[in-house]
Design a binder for this molecule. Sequence first.
Ligand SMILES: NC(=O)c1ccc[n+]([C@@H]2O[C@H](COP(=O)([O-])OP(=O)(O)OC[C@H]3O[C@@H](n4cnc5c(N)ncnc54)[C@H](O)[C@@H]3O)[C@@H](O)[C@H]2O)c1
Length: 265
Amino acid sequence: MNNTQKQTQTVGIAGLGAIGSAVARALQNGIDGLDWIAASDITPNPEFDIPLVSFEELAEQCDIVIEALPPKVVPELAKITLNAQKTLVLISSCALIIYPEILDIHKDTNSRIIVPSGALTGLDGVKALKKLGIKKSTIASNKKPSGFTGAPYVDEMGIDLTQIKTRTKIFEGNAIEAAKGFPANVNVAATLSLAGIGPEETTVEIWADPDAVGNSHAMIVTGEFSTIKCTVENMPDPANPKSSMLAAQSIIAALEDLNSALVIL
Ligand SMILES: NC(=O)c1ccc[n+]([C@@H]2O[C@H](COP(=O)([O-])OP(=O)(O)OC[C@H]3O[C@@H](n4cnc5c(N)ncnc54)[C@H](O)[C@@H]3O)[C@@H](O)[C@H]2O)c1
């Protein structure tokens, strides 16, 4: 116990896949002030001896619900958790853009949404620069063509990913169009847009690169007094090659900050 900790908070995890499992392991090892008591998943994960419950039970039993689900499932969990006036730690940030009803519900409840930095970096500076005014915000994401398989935009445009032999820009648009076209790929762009000048004004480029080893994201955020340039290069998560290990660790870091006596933001 440290001097800022009031009482132990109960935690639930929705989705025990690659990200949810990494967070679960950290909670099992112990995070100050947090007690992991339940999870929701459609597939039992034999690694964990934890009760699997419905989203309703998760929200009822837990002070904090961690979302690590496919984006299309997020509205259901968010609606239930926010209406229960609980804290939702949300990693599928695209869902906040694709399903604006989540933020509408949030406004009418006494709930809290925490969006961890995920696979991105530099959001601390973006939030600070926003106070002075951001003129332009762009992010370019780069990964192997096969990483975009199943993306709605790729299917709609009839892009044959197997024919891409050199680094090719397959999309440019704002973060709303990017989130709808690539819901599993551009959480970083969604998070940047929410921290910065908003989804409509944030420009997103998506590059398919046959030589890419992992995935990388390069952002440039420009204000009158500062220009922030950040590039993060992530190796794929072996548990889910479409994810990155950094995303799970960003949730764990956010959970540790909740009760830490020394917080570096
Ligand atoms: N913010 C970021 O930078 C960032 C980075 C990487 C991944 N993500 C997002 O994080 C989310 C989780 O990623 P992951 O790699 O852990 O995915 P994953 O596919 O490994 O895990 C998803 C889990 O959700 C479970 N699930 C599916 N439908 C369900 C339902 N209806 N009810 C309960 N459980 C259900 C699955 O069984 C699985 O265990 C994805 O939406 C991904 O796009 C965000």
